[in-house]
Design a protein around this ligand. Structure first.
Ligand SMILES: [Zn+2]
Ligand SMILES: [Zn+2]
Length: 135
């Protein structure tokens, strides 16, 4: 399964996503499994393939208020037009996510699940939101 591919284990905690009950795959690219990443006191799921981020709606405002050094790990990836325009299903409940303007910055469109309220940020989008600030 891992023939010839060495995966650097950089995860801080155990690879368990509380409340998900299993591995969550990236809704936008073909990467298998999101990596649980700690930013400050908030845990988010990061895709190593496209740099996308999966988080709860309530976590986004808190993430935007993080110290830049804490948020650094999340500010990766570039906006890929292909991914940005792509519709995606919620990695948690499988429902098709809605394309909505971010409450923080109307210029940035994010994917949001109408069922669980989770938010998907494509690679680079968190960076743009962080630059725009929490309000
Ligand atoms: Zn991905
Ligand atoms: Zn959902």
């Amino acid at each position: 399964m891992t023939d010839g591919v060495s995966v650097a284990q950089k995860s801080i905690g155990p690879p368990v996503m509380a409340g998900y009950g299993g591995v969550v795959n990236c809704p936008k690219c073909d990467a298998q499994g999101l990596t649980s990443t700690q930013a400050g006191e908030i845990e988010v799921d990061l895709c190593q393939g496209c740099g996308g981020l999966w988080l709860d709606q309530s976590e986004l405002p808190r993430l935007l208020e993080l110290d830049p050094s804490q948020a650094r790990a999340l500010r990766r990836g570039r906006t890929q037009v292909r991914n940005n325009a792509r519709r995606a299903d919620c990695p948690r409940c499988g429902r098709e996510m809605l394309r909505v303007a971010s409450a923080q910055s109307r210029k940035i469109t994010v994917d949001s699940c109408p069922d669980c309220g989770g938010v998907w940020l494509d690679g680079g989008e968190f960076d743009q939101l962080f630059e725009a600030g929490p309000g």
